[in-house]
Design a protein around this ligand. Structure first.
Ligand SMILES: [Zn+2]
Length: 164
């Protein structure tokens, strides 16, 4: 029996963690990102970051590692990418995460060519949201490698907005 918060992916009924969803093609995502980059230079970063953060907060469960497992499941089930936790530094409340085959990066590369800047702002927000939900303080997330720039995978550094 499907729960209200389940992910259901069936023709005519797509819900992601209870949120009604639709399939967007990669060329559409790339077009939006390219338009934002032309208009504002920074791409879609503030909007996408905020949307990712909201989803990250929803994925938080008991414990940081379990919450990151949940984030990994979410990214796999929605075909957005494959998450690997490279390292966690619980002392400094930070971590390094890697995403292979990011939908945002691969779509940009395929439909708009190599990007000058990282494009996975939704993922930056999502990871910041998971850490925020766990530690109850705001986090920043830097995408220091991005497949849209021709690098092999996307890599993210997460750290508190106000480091201790
Ligand atoms: Zn990326």
């Amino acid at each position: 029996m499907a729960d209200d918060n389940d992910t259901v992916i069936a023709p005519g009924n797509i819900r992601v963690r209870g949120i009604r969803s639709a399939v967007l093609t990669g060329d559409f995502i790339a077009r939006i990102e390219r338009m934002f980059q032309r208009m504002a230079g920074r791409g879609s970063s503030p909007i996408a970051f905020d949307a990712g953060r909201e989803m990250g907060l929803r994925l938080v469960t008991e414990g940081l590692e379990a919450s990151l497992d949940e984030a990994g499941s979410f990214l796999s089930e929605t075909n957005v990418g494959t998450l690997t936790v490279v390292s966690l530094d619980t002392g400094h409340k930070g971590g390094i995460l890697r995403v292979e085959d990011s939908f945002f990066a691969v779509s940009f590369l395929e439909h708009a060519g190599e990007s000058q800047r990282p494009v996975c702002d939704y993922l930056r927000g999502l990871f910041a949201g998971v850490f925020e939900g766990h530690y109850h303080e705001r986090f920043l997330c830097l995408e220091r490698r991005c497949a849209a720039r021709g690098e092999s995978a996307c890599e993210f550094s997460i750290y508190p907005s106000h480091p201790v």
